[in-house]
Design a protein around this ligand. Sequence first.
Ligand SMILES: [Zn+2]
Length: 77
Amino acid sequence: MVYELCAEYAEYAGAAGAAGGDTATPIKLWHMIRNAGTDALCGRALRPHAETRSDLEWGTIHPVCHTCGALYLRQVP
Ligand SMILES: [Zn+2]
């Protein structure tokens, strides 16, 4: 089983450009996915091309989904 952190992005409420011209979409929360899927352990559906990080960064990256964290720690020895 391969675990990875996967980004959930904040949704803009029609306020494009409100962040001073910064076009990068802010990351709302990091979830844990399995085997490069798009469904987080907590059941949240993530974007197919969302940014991912190694699960080794768990604990150093914030903010993370607490539900995914609890499930991940239960599944990984
Ligand atoms: Zn989650």
